[in-house]
Design a protein around this ligand. Structure first.
Ligand SMILES: [Zn+2]
Ligand SMILES: [Zn+2]
Length: 340
């Protein structure tokens, strides 16, 4: 079978490796779709903080089960599924307290250990999430980034009637905003890219505002009134986004950090202290978040319309990244397909 192997940054090799057999407790999945996300791009550039080459990428996939290992009860051959791509130790203090997503020994498929950029992937059955009837492989592969939004909004508590500002309208920001609305919030999304703002509007976000040369606080007051936002979510991940979030936060509110930051950020700490702002670090999701994401998707509360910009065959992995690098500002989601 074909496996896409990255020996180092910017290098892609297409290897022919033997197809695995489903070991006890695992299933074998024929991968049909593989999404490329921001963290994959950081890996490709060799800039991801916690990755290690050589690596097989891929943590946002959907496919069909082709083999069931001994002892697996919940699945059958032919099931359409996606994968929760985290490996936890189950014994460290965070794991014991149920915070598996911040396991001290956390590994993510495609970032810390080999992932799903291959024709078949063997995975423990407990990491497999079934796709509801009628859910496409495209949407199945998008469940992972939707689950990021679900995990982020779960961290922020009850959102019913709350006002939420999401900075950044790329897929994570778009999905986070939709999840916040699905949970009863009124949502403002900001970005500097009119195309991404138009997409946020197209999926029904209450307000989508261009923040080019504007003060975030002003946009928030204009949209929500003088009381401002109950929650500000940073899905942009640049120093200016976080500093503007802290400056725009009102007393007794939440600032949630979802984006992957590449550089340290200087923050005015008294603004956090004197206004008693809860600054929340957010790291991926729990399995329950995948199920919630699947439910929101099936109910149409989260839409994926327009998110995928372009498809590439898995044999054009390198070309896909060249396209992403050449169109960095406008790319939402590039999806890999698996033809024969
Ligand atoms: Zn991702
Ligand atoms: Zn652990």
């Amino acid at each position: 079978m074909l496996q896409v192997f990255m020996p180092e940054a910017y290098k892609v090799e297409y290897r022919d490796v033997s197809k695995p057999k489903a070991a006890p407790g695992t299933v074998l999945i024929k991968i049909e779709r593989l999404g490329i996300c921001g963290s994959d791009i950081q890996v490709y550039h060799g800039k991801h903080k916690y990755m290690k080459f050589p690596l097989v990428q891929g943590h946002e996939a959907a496919g069909t089960i082709t083999e069931i290992g001994d002892g697996v009860k919940d699945f059958k051959v032919g099931d359409a599924v996606t994968v929760q791509p985290q490996i936890f130790c189950g014994t460290c203090a965070p794991c014991r307290a149920g915070h598996l997503n911040v396991c001290r020994n956390l590994k993510v498929y495609g970032i810390h250990t080999d992932g799903m950029a291959q024709e078949y992937f063997q995975v423990p059955a407990e990491k497999v999430i079934p796709l509801a009837k009628g859910v496409s492989f495209d949407d199945g592969a998008l469940l992972e980034p939707i689950a990021v939004g679900v995990g982020a909004m779960r961290r922020c508590g009850d959102l019913k009637g709350k006002k939420v500002c999401v900075i950044g309208a790329s897929p994570i920001g778009n999905f986070t905003a939709q999840v916040a609305q699905a949970r009863g919030a009124q949502v403002l999304v900001t970005d500097i890219n009119p195309k991404k703002l138009a997409m946020a509007k197209a999926v029904g976000i209450f307000a989508a505002v261009d923040s080019t040369n504007r003060v975030l606080k002003d946009i928030i007051v204009e949209t929500f009134g003088a009381d401002g936002a109950d929650v500000i979510v940073d899905c942009a991940g640049v120093p200016a986004s976080l500093t503007s979030a802290i400056q725009a936060a009102r007393p007794a509110s939440i600032v949630a950090i979802v984006a992957n930051f590449k550089v340290p950020v200087e923050i005015e700490i008294p603004l956090i202290q004197r206004q008693q702002i809860d600054v929340l670090g957010v790291m991926m999701y729990l399995k329950e978040d995948f199920h919630t994401a699947a439910k929101f998707l099936a109910e149409g509360k989260v839409k994926t319309t327009g998110i995928i910009n372009k498809y590439f065959d898995i044999k054009q992995f390198k070309e896909a990244y060249e396209y992403i690098d050449a169109n960095a500002l406008d790319v939402m989601k590039v999806m890999m397909t698996f033809s024969k």
